[in-house]
Design a protein around this ligand. Structure first.
Ligand code: 3PG
Length: 309
């Protein structure tokens, strides 16, 4: 019996990516593709999981219910970086391997971070005089795949770049022409722009608090292409209220978006739907990597990108 690889994407990949994933499956006998796109109820994902041997998801929620429904399910690949949407404990309990595809969509996210910075620096293209990125300070909060690319692009814009990442050796950051700081406090107090690239987990949720944001220099801009949960919304509201020079840009609106847009329309911007990885290139890179990882796991037991060890 052939193995079913389910692509379950509430926010679909570009058609070109799905075609290429299908081409990989067609080249490998013994696998078939099932597609669940733009579903509206979580129950549809639970239902589809019942028939799947492997699942490719994006920000779709692989909850305990989904995982437990998958009687044949052996592997879940998050086509992307963050895997906070997978119940890893539930997967491990059932012996299911969970993986991500690190780096595959990073350039798209980095370009969006810089794009949003320009959009805000130019007053959302309102025709009035704005400001430039050249010469400004930018702090990269976490120097992983995306952070490194943001630094690279920012360098091209002539920005002064700082980074904080306790998991990366100083010399590996410094060789990119980026100055290392050794605390979040130092990063925020030094940089007019801060670009967030930390994952969402129990340690980081709400960790970007009022104190850090208040310490940022004049005309501070926080750019969040990570996860909305890492920013403390109560603190953010106070900072936007107390600092008329503070701006917040986020890929995926915070829960209090409506209130913030109502009060500070000129100083906040939120993408309507998570857009960071939404390019044809990123979809192809992450989607094809995901299907190849699934086949490598079934054929060779390759667990290189496993995240629930
Ligand atoms: C990621 O973690 O890779 C990004 O947040 C992209 O998420 P998406 O695939 O839902 O667009």
């Amino acid at each position: 019996m052939s193995k079913t690889i389910l692509i379950a994407t509430d926010k679909p990949f570009a058609k070109e990516a799905v075609d290429l994933i299908k081409a990989v499956i067609d080249q490998n006998p013994g696998y078939e593709l099932k597609l669940l796109e733009k579903y509206t109820e979580q129950s549809q994902l639970v239902e589809a999981a019942k028939e799947a041997d492997a699942m490719i998801i994006r920000s779709d929620k692989a909850t305990k219910e989904v995982i437990n429904a998958g009687d044949r399910l052996k592997v879940i690949v998050r086509a992307g970086a963050g895997y906070d949407n997978i119940d890893l404990a539930a997967a491990s309990a059932k012996g299911i391997v969970a993986m991500n595809t690190p780096g595959q969509n990073s350039n798209a996210v980095a370009e969006l971070a810089i794009g949003m910075m320009i959009y805000m620096a130019r007053g959302k293209f309102n025709g009035k005089s704005g400001s430039e990125l050249k010469g400004k300070t930018i702090g990269i909060h976490a120097y992983g795949n995306v952070g490194k690319l943001v630094a690279d692009i920012a360098k091209g814009f002539g920005m002064k770049i700082y980074a904080f990442d306790p998991f990366i050796k100083d010399e590996d950051i410094e060789k990119d022409g980026v100055k290392v700081v050794h605390s979040v406090e130092e990063l925020y107090s030094k940089c007019q722009y801060v670009s967030l690239h930390i994952p969402a987990n129990e340690k980081t949720k709400n960790s970007i608090h009022k104190g850090l944001l208040m310490s940022m220099p004049n005309n501070a801009v926080l750019v969040n292409t990570a996860r909305k949960e890492v920013v403390c919304e109560e603190g953010l509201k106070i900072v936007l209220n107390e600092r008329p020079d503070f701006k917040y840009l986020s890929d995926v609106a915070p829960d209090c978006a409506e209130e913030l847009i109502g009060k500070y329309q000129e100083r906040v911007y939120f993408t309507p739907k998570k857009m960071g990885a939404q390019t044809e290139e990123a979809n192809i890179n992450a989607g094809v990597a995901a299907v190849e990882q699934i086949i490598a796991y079934f054929e060779k037991g390759d667990k290189r990108f496993q995240v629930n060890k």
